[in-house]
Structure formats: C-alpha cells, structure tokens
Design a protein around this ligand. Structure first.
Ligand SMILES: NC(=O)c1ccc[n+]([C@@H]2O[C@H](COP(=O)([O-])OP(=O)(O)OC[C@H]3O[C@@H](n4cnc5c(N)ncnc54)[C@H](OP(=O)(O)O)[C@@H]3O)[C@@H](O)[C@H]2O)c1
Length: 280
C-alpha cells in the first residue's frame, strides 16, 4: 500500500470515529435539551405578508443597537427587506457605510456609550427598540463585558423608555440566569431582569444557543465550538444552536405578532421555529 493510500485510509477512519463521537454526543445532549414544548411556530408566507402590511400602515419607527455585529447586520437586512418601519435608526459607536441603495434612508447616530445620558435625544421618538449589543470577556475583560452586556444595554433601554419607546426586543443567550455562578449567564440574566423592571408595554427576550455564523472576526475558541455545534445540528439537535439568520428573522416576525403577555422569552427552539417563517 502506498503512503498516500495509507494516509487516506487513516483519514477515513478518523472521520468515521469523529462522526461516531458527534452522534454519541448528540444522543447524550438530548438529555439536556429544553423539555418545554416549542411555543412559537413558523408561519405561512401569506399570513406573514398580511401581518407585515398591517404593521407597515402604522408608520412606526425603530432603532437598532449593535447593527454592526453579526446578528445586528442580519436584523437590519431583514428589516430593510421587509420594509415594515417608516424609519430605522442605527445607534452605535461608529458610523457604518453601506453600498446598497436600499440602506440610503437609514438614520445613523454615533454615541459615546460611556456618556449615554448626554445622548438622551438620540433615544427619543422610537416605537420599537432592538438590542444585539454584546462583547466577550476575552475581548473586554470581565468588567468590560459587564459594562457592555449589562450597563450599556440597561442605560439604552432606560433612555428609550423615557423617550417614548413602547417595545424592546433584547438578544441575550440560552441559559441566561441572574443566579448563575457563570459570569456570562449571570450578566445575561441580570440584564433581562433589569430591563423587564422598566415595564415596557411589550418586552421580548431572545435566548439563542450558539450562533451558527461564519464570523468575520477571528475567534478561535468559538470557531472550534461551532464545528461541534454544526455537527450536532446536522444530527438533529435543536436546542443548542441556531443559524444566525433565524435569530434575525424571528426578531422581525415576532414584532408583528400580538403576544399574550407583556413580557415573553423566546428560547432557542422558539427562535428556530419562528425564524423559519416563509417569505415570498
Ligand atoms: N456568539 C454566540 O454564539 C452567541 C450565542 C448566544 C447569544 N449571543 C449574544 O447575542 C448578542 C449578539 O451577538 P453577535 O455575535 O451577533 O454580536 P457581535 O457580532 O459580537 O456584535 C456585537 C455588537 O456590539 C457592539 N459592541 C461591542 N462592544 C462594544 C462597545 N464597547 N461599545 C459599543 N458597542 C459595542 C459591536 O459594535 P462594533 O462593531 O463597533 O464593535 C457590535 O455592533 C450578544 O449579546 C451575544 O452575547 C451570542
């Protein structure tokens, strides 16, 4: 047997073993999957079109925090394509450039998140707020992470509420829990609770699992984890990860729905289901 044939055989075996390991992990992980039934279902294209038309006629405006990020940019794309708002404002720390003419009417506000009180006017007069803001502990350190993922988010929500915003849609994370001993999940849970206390007329929290995304920025640990989650998703796991497009679609589609309660939490499975809503 030539060296090449032997190498291919070894690779073949390694791939087989890896597939087997992933399948085994998938079986084990089903024990940790959300037991709750899926509360949201995908919608037919025609129903969605009617909802979009009704919403459009209300001439509402919205703002997005984090529109330069992976979820935020897809959320923006979805909002621009579906054209349900008469005005979209991006609030961020830097000006973004767009080639596409469809983005020409966007309003951009550049703020210093450390001095948000100085920018209260920027948050006035929006009906709906979307927040996809976030950093990582690796990038910003523990304090910096809390500052962005909790303090900036909460302060923005406070200013938006004071400025007349009635709906707030916040992306947090699967497992968010203010009592968690893990900083990430604790901060996500804390910010969820603190924004809820502001008492928006409508408050929707989105808790995706691992975001399946080809991220532009290099994050080696996330890259390795994503390989694993993609493999898991391919063998049927639905509560651990979600394609990032589904998060953006779910956030927009959910805006069109009338929730039963003022506050709602969409878990990963709900996001995946609602994010499948058809579009013609
Ligand atoms: N990655 C995952 O698998 C995962 C899973 C579940 C939940 N989440 C959560 O989902 C949310 C969105 O995640 P993502 O991966 O789409 O986000 P992302 O691509 O990392 O984008 C984050 C956004 O936050 C802004 N931002 C970060 N640090 C900032 C700072 N110091 N000041 C002002 N703005 C700042 C970024 O602006 P610049 O472009 O200017 O940096 C960007 O717009 C986050 O809250 C994240 O924790 C992520």
């Amino acid at each position: 047997m030539s060296v090449l044939t032997r190498l291919l055989a070894t690779l073949g075996k390694a791939t087989g073993i890896l597939t087997l390991l992933v399948a085994l992990a998938a079986v084990l992980l089903t024990y940790f999957e959300d037991a709750d039934p899926v509360k949201y279902t995908s919608m037919a294209a025609e129903d969605m079109k009617t909802l979009e038309e009704n919403f459009r006629q209300q001439n509402k405006s919205c703002f997005i925090l984090g529109a330069s990020g992976e979820t935020g940019k897809l959320l923006l794309q979805e909002l621009v394509e579906r054209n349900i708002f008469s005005k979209i404002t991006l609030i961020g720390r830097r000006l973004l450039t767009f080639e596409d003419k469809a983005y020409a009417n966007l309003v951009q506000e550049v703020v210093d998140f450390e001095k948000l009180d100085d920018y209260a006017a920027v948050f006035q007069g929006h009906d709906v707020g979307y927040c996809c803001l976030g950093t990582t502990r690796a990038k910003a350190g523990a304090d910096g992470f809390v500052r962005v993922d909790h303090d900036y988010v909460l302060k923005s929500a406070e200013l938006a509420k004071a400025g007349g915003c009635s709906q707030f849609h916040l992306e947090t994370s699967r497992g968010a829990n203010k009592n968690s001993s893990f900083l990430y999940l604790k901060v996500k849970g804390q910010v969820e609770a603190d924004v809820e206390a502001l008492d928006f007329d409508r408050y929707s929290v989105y808790r995706p699992g691992a975001l399946l995304v080809d991220r532009q920025e290099r994050r080696p640990a996330e890259w390795i984890a994503l390989k694993f989650f993609k493999a898991l998703a391919s063998v049927g796991s639905t509560s651990m990860s979600v394609p990032i497009q589904a998060v953006a679609k779910a956030m927009v589609s959910n805006t069109l729905l009338q929730p039963e309660k003022k506050s709602e939490i969409l878990e990963n499975k709900d996001i995946a289901a609602l994010g499948k809503s058809a579009k013609k």
